[in-house]
Design a protein around this ligand. Sequence first.
Ligand code: SF4
Ligand code: SF4
Ligand code: F3S
Length: 376
Amino acid sequence: MARVYNWQIGRKMSYWYGETRPKKQFAAVFDTNKCIACQTCTLACKTTWTSGRGQEYMFWNNVESKPYGSYPLAYDSRILETLGPQLWNGGKYEGRTIFEAAPAGERVLGFSPATVDYAHPNVGEDEIKGTVDGGMSLDLPQPVWMFYLARICNHCTYPACLAACPRGAIYKRPEDGIVLVDQKNCRGYRECVRACPYKKVFFNSHTRVSEKCIGCFPAGEEGQQPRCFTECIGKIRLRGWISKPSEAREDNPVDYLVHIKKVALPLMPQLGLEPNIYYIPPIHVPEPFLTQLFGPGAARAAETYRHAHENNAKLTSLIKLFGCTTGTIARFKATAKNVSAFDDKGQELVTAPLKEPVMVRTAFDSVHGVPRMNIN
Ligand code: SF4
Ligand code: SF4
Ligand code: F3S
């Protein structure tokens, strides 16, 4: 075991390999407040990558309703319960990671889902926590709540799947930090499936090797965002690159949201993988649940987001850029009227107005001789 620094838990931790960070790290921010669970992302991925034999049960992208939804079944509560107390002291995690809690002779604390655990990807869909009581939904945070959590592979800085494979068949690309299974080298040991706490590696019983989200790297190499991002109806996703905290740039959208405004947080950082999909937490959910899911900064992040329109024009502008371009956004710039996105080479991808003009049409369409249902 090596000692590596994990900034998300504010300390060094044990990991099977030494700390080697890629030249650039694939990263994304998902705004949970905008997700409508239409599952367009899920189907965009399914029809692109997992429509073959042995892939029927796979969802490299899935969207689950929290608190009751999960795919595979109870993947999160099972690992959290097994891990034991998860105490934070400010930004420092004082509990054990899944690498530090590994049983003797194993590299990672994990579990293998049963076949039936994959059978109900929409379990708990749209189920709310608590019961509806007249007028209560006008309060924030709401006593009755649920929200949608879209998930893909986190292309972790310290992947548990990679650490666990005895063949070394999983690797992290040095050019973009995307984590891949080498299909020729894999022998189907399934230690990766057991190790990944997010359960984002899948065994293909037809090919007898494992598969996972590939971050749509062919699109990424062309400067494009992944399929599940470009098809997102709710415009909740932004793909870019993340820097180390000490190298964070104000004009890098992911750095700005994660490191500078601290409004986007990793999923279950206490597990120790330094995952690279970041979430703007929902604003209507009680703090204990948010803290368990996104770490100790979650309540503050939700507050920052809630008040952004009052006191943070730059943050508000950046939020409007989500879903406005199919290109990977390396830089952004906000003015009083517009917000612009730029690619790695500094080429402008899109400029979006901060206020969209409102067009009001007459209620009667005289050309077609019919009343209009929608006039603006
Ligand atoms: Fe591996 Fe799971 Fe991390 Fe993806 S989310 S890199 S599959 S450990
Ligand atoms: Fe699927 Fe690509 Fe999204 Fe991964 S990034 S879940 S491969 S669409
Ligand atoms: Fe390794 Fe997982 Fe294949 S453990 S051998 S990558 S099934």
